[in-house]
Each structure stands twice: as C-alpha cells, then as structure tokens.
Design a protein around this ligand. Sequence first.
Ligand SMILES: N[C@@H](Cc1ccc(O)cc1)C(=O)O
Length: 237
Amino acid sequence: MQQQKPHLLRGLSARHIRFIALGSAIGTGLFYGSAAAIQAAGPAVLLAYLIGGVAVFIVMRALGEMAVRNPISGSFGSYARHYLGPLAGFITGWTYTFEMIIVCLADVTAFGIYMGLWYPDVPRWIWVLSIIFFIGSLNLCHVRVFGEIEFWLSLIKVAAIIAMIAAGIGVIMFGFGHSFPATGIENLWSHGGFAPEGIGGVVASLGIVMFAFGGIEIIGHYGSGSARSRESNPAGN
Ligand SMILES: N[C@@H](Cc1ccc(O)cc1)C(=O)O
C-alpha cells in the first residue's frame, strides 16, 4: 500500500497571491497611520516613504529569490533557521508572531474607531469582536474560497487607494471639494519648510511608515502554498 505523506493544500493562484500581498500591505498604516506620520515629519514624510520603500524592495528581492529556490512553508523563519542557524530561526519566527499580534490589535482597533464615526453609541468592543469573528470565519474556508474572497476584498482596497490618489490630484490641481484656487504644492515648503521637524521628525515617522509597508512579505508565505510558486514570485525569476 502506498503511504501518502501529509502535505499542505496548494490551491492559490498567482492572482490570489499577488492580491493577498497587496491587500495585506494596504491597510491601517496607510489609511489611518499616515496622518500621524505626516504630523511627525511634515512634507518630509515623502523621504521616509522613499527610504522605507527602498529597504522593502531590497528585502523582497532577496525573499523572492529564496522562495523560488527553496519553496518551503515557513518562509523567512525557515530560511533564517536553514541558512543562519536555529537561534536566528527562533528569533525571526517569534518576532514575526508577536508583530502579527500587534498588527491584528492595531487593525481591529482601527476598525472600531472607524465604525465609531458612523455609530458613536455602539461600544467599540462589539466592532472588535465582530471583525475578529468575520476574519476568523474567512480563514476557516477552503483555501480556494479564502483566496477568492481575499482577492475581492483586496481589490476594494486597491480601488480605494487609486480613487484617493485621483482625488488628491484633483484637490491639488483643481481644488476639488473645498477651495478655489486649487491647493497647489506650496504646502510642501510653505509652513516651516520641507522638514519642519528636522531629521528627528523623519526618524519618528519611520515606525509608522514601515508598519504601512509591512504585509508585502506575506507573498513569501503564500509563495510556498501556491500551485506554481515561480509564477507568483516575479521578484525571484
Ligand atoms: N501594512 C499593514 C500592517 C502590517 C504590518 C506588518 C505586517 O507584517 C503585516 C501587516 C497596514 O497598514 O495595515
């Protein structure tokens, strides 16, 4: 009799994986946290996003290459253990676990705050609990159903970001929604200069900026859970 080795179900397509990674990165950090980042750094927050973007790009190139060469479950935790030793793997894995707990707490809190704008009388814990149950039940679905739902939910976020960029350009160039003449780009230097809080402000904003970029690494996890990991990891090709 042939013995079947237990294995993970590989039911995600490249489309699912790309959108899950995009959807994981677009979230509280951008929609909610960017206000705090701008408060900390002023217009120089652009510099913080640039620095963060370069760092994330380099890390993702490396992760993509490793995922294609060695598509195992566990992603960077497993790579750290494999290439650097058990201590590195242990620290990486647990740091990521704790980071994810913080991300979950931040996200459910943000959900409660947003819903509080529309329903100020409903206690926040109700929103927190309901979103935990909702997301929890999505995760219990079959992997293909999960991938499909994640794809559509992520598409909403991507569409929202594109709409916000378009609206922002409209405000800057045509004064949409509030004032004529248009806002223009003078605000980049006219209130205390480009970096009113100096380099300290840029450094202070980096925490939120990096949080906003976080989530893109999830492509590394899904890369090994997909039917064709080479296709879903363009960075590693
Ligand atoms: N970028 C996500 C949060 C996040 C951070 C780190 C991660 O590893 C994953 C997700 C957001 O803005 O909501």
